[in-house]
Write a protein that binds this ligand. Sequence first.
Ligand SMILES: [Zn+2]
Length: 92
Amino acid sequence: MKLPVCWKCNRSFKYHELLTFSAVKCPKCKERNYVTSKKRLQNALYTGPVSFLGSMTIIHSNINPAIILIFLILPILAFIPTNYKFTNKVHG
Ligand SMILES: [Zn+2]
């Protein structure tokens, strides 16, 4: 799994360092890394339909919501940080 790198020093982020919704601070060069708006949009496009589909399935079926959460929503959420691309601009 390829993880995103710091825009300044190219240090590869560890997965747990990416579990944030705001800027990530690079441990090596201390620069703030912002997710590019293009990637934020892309990630929203992934999560939107999946969350919608997930909640529809929960409402209209007898499947345990926990199962949907574990097998559908969590894998997408887990995948999203790996799809980040960083910039030095807040609205890059
Ligand atoms: Zn860095």
